[in-house]
Design a protein. Sequence first.
Length: 115
Amino acid sequence: MIRRNSECRIEVREHMRGGDGQAVITNLFEKEELMGRSRLLGTMRLEPGCSVGVHPHEDEQEYFYIIKGDPIYYDDDKEIQLHEGDATLCEDGHSHGIANRSDETVIVLACILLK
């Protein structure tokens, strides 16, 4: 199966999880195509000043891979500077968030796996 970029569903989420501005999600595949093991596989674009608020993950875990930019990552109560090529894992029962406090666009590959 091949999914062309032009065929991907795009969502604009205002103040995602209580964050600032908007997050633009490009769904690479739909939940129904992920064999019941995932509810998200896509990219997230955060323009300068935009963020996803800190939120918990229960009965699932979320992975981020930084494709472009240098976002701030919130890992439970820690604030960590990330760079292109860095990866994160928010395990079941933990919280995370991400913010673009730079002048450049941030692009993140995100995947949520179900328990």
